[in-house]
Design a protein around this ligand. Structure first.
Ligand SMILES: NC(=O)c1ccc[n+]([C@@H]2O[C@H](COP(=O)([O-])OP(=O)(O)OC[C@H]3O[C@@H](n4cnc5c(N)ncnc54)[C@H](O)[C@@H]3O)[C@@H](O)[C@H]2O)c1
Ligand SMILES: [Zn+2]
Length: 696
């Protein structure tokens, strides 16, 4: 029934919370109850007490137990049913059953599926595989008669679905008329694109309705809603076509890709047009490559995907293999890590931005999402916090994908602790204690820019930054009050008259002018630090300046490149990039004033002329040989000593990848990327030889 062993089931979702292996019948039954409860809530009003990752883990534990105790499987166990038997069935019979998909979570799982295919077919499949994105929405069947869209039906329990024809005309990619007169049922996924989701939530808010917890919940609710005073646009992507009323549609023997092409030619959007492409591959190694490629594109796609689907290309082979009660045996979904998890909102802190805007940040109980631990997430503004009805102590859904800054979507009302209080809003400016201007949705300090300015200028003039010795608190206050200094760059264009007015003496003014002139020659690390970019103190500014060498290079860096700087992770990188972009006018003024925006080579511990001079080195896997036991910190220090820079991800800028051959013989994803980009790959032993002079 399943291609998973118990051990695989429990190891494959590492990083997600949930039960460990079920140890006995009563645990099994308790887990069954929890699963049923969650799925009923999920397919009912969508407000489940479990996030998908935890739910999937619970399901896997159940499956693993059932696989090992086939005689004790509960009658009607949800694990064998489409939608776990919890979706409303409706009264429209499907033409042929509309099934779910079996899941695997990694390359090993895909190989195991390949073995099950060969076993069922009695030989290796000859027609190859088709690889499509797995759109994260709701499955529907759309029936066209004579080229006209006549009915849309939900998946339901797989045999019967609900008639949702009231949404005809609301779905992009599913036209009311086809290009020709075809009679056919197209099957596919309806979802909000990211853009449609933003619009949908804005419309909801305008109508006083709560925002959707996520695009998939929103889609399911919108498809079933009949009496809303507003309509929301969604999008359809077909992944198959079946014959309707005996009228032939596809040529005999059409492959999966040909079927999709025929659907597209008729005017319906298919999964091939979801931005991730459609790959036709000979074998599972090729399929795995396509999976990796789609996974890498995930954050940029116009619609959310939660996996990649691999199907036998040849329809005769599909038929030969057939289907189970829940899913076809000829297709498999490789699930991608969840981009949405539930965690607890512990606090909300307020920071005052450069322009005086009060920005709330959610402090969260640490949770792993999409490969990194998230502890903070953005919130928009007070009105938005109230709209989402967030309370301190709420369990909230948090969304993060790729480089996107994590954001809080919604509270799970079901899990609100008794006595929880709505998130408190500030009554005074958290920085200067002054009045708050609440006229707009984004609250600001009534002092605006000047709330932050005196502190920022004093900081910039400090010893470790621009080192303008005579510029103390009183003069700074005078310069800010007179409006002569509106940002750090203005310091460099002050006239003697302005300085005299501020300091009260032409002699002091001349001295200040001299110091300001000298400050123009400070190295980039200090000037950058003086800009006061959040999260970049002195040592971080030094690392950034050494890494990029010029201000131009810092400005050009995207979030991925920013992460190459030691100590900057996926949470911080986009924030820094965004702030640097916002500082563009100030940086332009610095350039115009002739300030040094360059980092001299001398400051680094790096030895010029070392074997890694100018090279970016990425390290992965366990070190061996002379480097045995070297952790990340030791390796980074070694690389810097030998003149190189340590990077975190393999990119076109990487010069060398140090990589131990994996125990399983399967290359790591970094090694694959390096091979694709033509980056030099060295074993730890070869690398140790290269930097032998620098080994401790
Ligand atoms: N949080 C909860 O309490 C809770 C409860 C129940 C279910 N769930 C979640 O719902 C999901 C299970 O739902 P499911 O049965 O729809 O399975 P699924 O979402 O894992 O996959 C099956 C579906 O994928 C869709 N699909 C998208 N792209 C496709 C493509 N290119 N080709 C073929 N099919 C494609 C089809 O609609 C198909 O029915 C799980 O992710 C689970 O976590 C969560
Ligand atoms: Zn203030």
């Amino acid at each position: 029934m399943t291609t998973l062993t118990a051990a695989q089931a429990l190891s494959s979702t590492s990083g997600t919370s949930g039960p460990a292996a079920l140890t006995g019948r009563s645990e099994y039954e308790a887990a069954l109850r929890r699963l049923r409860e969650a799925s009923q809530a999920y397919y009912g009003d969508g407000d489940s007490a479990m996030d998908d990752a935890s739910y999937d883990r619970l399901r896997l534990a159940l499956l693993a137990w059932e696989t090992e105790h086939p005689a004790e499987v509960a009658p009607g166990s949800p694990t064998a049913l489409v939608a776990d038997g919890a979706a409303p069935a409706g009264d429209v019979a499907h033409t042929t059953r509309l099934l779910s998909l079996d899941n695997v979570f990694d390359a090993e799982g895909l190989v195991a599926w390949g073995a099950s295919v060969e076993r069922r077919l009695g030989r290796a499949p000859a027609g190859g595989f088709t690889v499509e994105p797995k759109i994260d929405g709701a499955a529907v069947a759309a029936r066209y008669r004579g080229g006209r869209l006549v009915r849309i039906v939900t998946r339901g329990d797989g045999s019967q679905g609900e008639d949702i024809s009231h949404v005809i005309g609301q779905i992009d990619g599913l036209p009311e008329r086809l290009a020709g007169e075809a009679t056919v049922e197209v099957r596919g996924e309806v979802a909000f694109t990211q853009e449609q989701f933003e619009v949908a939530n804005a419309v909801r808010v305008a109508h006083g309705a709560p925002v959707f917890a996520n695009p998939r919940n929103g889609t399911a609710g919108t498809l079933r809603a009949k009496d809303r005073p507003y309509r929301l646009r969604m999008t359809f992507w077909a992944y198959g076509a079946v014959e309707l009323e005996g009228v032939p549609f596809l040529p005999a023997g059409a492959t999966q890709a040909e079927a999709l092409a025929a659907v597209a030619a008729a005017g319906v959007r298919t999964t091939a047009a979801a931005g991730a492409g459609l790959h036709i591959v000979d074998d599972l190694a090729g399929a795995q490559q396509a999976v990796d490629a789609m996974a890498a594109m995930r954050a940029e796609l116009p619609v959310g995907i939660d996996g990649v689907v691999i199907k036998l290309s040849d329809t005769a082979e599909q038929e030969a293999i057939g289907s189970g009660t829940r899913f076809p045996y000829w297709a498999i979904a490789v699930k991608l890590p969840a981009v949405e998890r539930q965690t607890v909102l512990e606090d909300v802190v307020w920071e005052v931005g450069r322009t005086g805007v009060l920005a709330p940040t959610a402090v969260l109980a640490p949770v792993e999402i999409d490969g990194s631990t998230v502890t903070r997430a953005t919130l928009h503004n007070p009105a938005d916090i109230r709209r989402r009805d967030l309370h301190i102590g709420d369990t909230v859904t948090v969304y993060k994908a790729g480089d996107i800054i994590p954001r809080v979507q919604a509270a799970v009302a079901l899990l609100r602790p008794a006595g929880a209080k709505p998130v408190p809003l500030p009554e005074a400016c958290p920085r200067c204690g002054g009045e708050i201007n609440t006229a707009q949705e984004r609250w600001r300090c009534a002092k605006g820019t000047s709330c932050a300015l005196p502190a920022l200028i004093e900081y910039a003039a400090g010893r470790e930054m621009l080192d303008i010795d005579g510029l103390g608190k009183t003069y700074v206050a005078a310069l800010v009050d007179s409006g002569d200094v509106t940002d750090v760059a203005d310091l460099f264009t002050l006239t003697l008259e302005q300085l005299t007015a501020a300091s009260g003496s032409s002699r002091r003014a001349a001295k200040l002018a001299e110091q300001i002139e000298a400050a123009k020659a400070r190295p980039l690390s200090r000037v950058f630090c003086a800009l006061g970019v959040l999260g970049t103190g002195r040592s971080m500014s030094r690392r950034i300046a050494r890494h990029f060498v010029t201000m131009e290079a810092i400005r050009r860096a995207d979030a991925a490149e920013m992460q190459d700087v030691e100590g900057i992770g996926p949470e911080k990188a986009p924030v820094i990039v965004e702030q640097v972009a916002a500082l563009a006018p100030v940086i332009d003024k610095l350039i115009a004033a002739g300030v040094t925006l360059h980092e001299p080579e001398t400051s680094a511990t790096a030895s010029a002329g070392g074997p890694l001079d100018g090279k970016v080195v990425v390290v992965t896997g366990k070190m061996a040989g002379p480097l045995e036991g070297f952790g990340r910190t030791e390796m980074n220090a070694l690389i810097e000593k030998a003149g190189g820079r340590a990077g975190s991800g393999v990119s076109a800028r990487t010069s060398v990848l140090v990589c131990a051959p994996s125990a399983s013989g399967k290359p790591s994803s970094k090694a694959v990327k390096a091979a694709e980009l033509g980056v030099e790959v060295l074993t730890p032993e070869a690398f140790a030889e290269l930097v032998a002079d620098y080994l401790p």
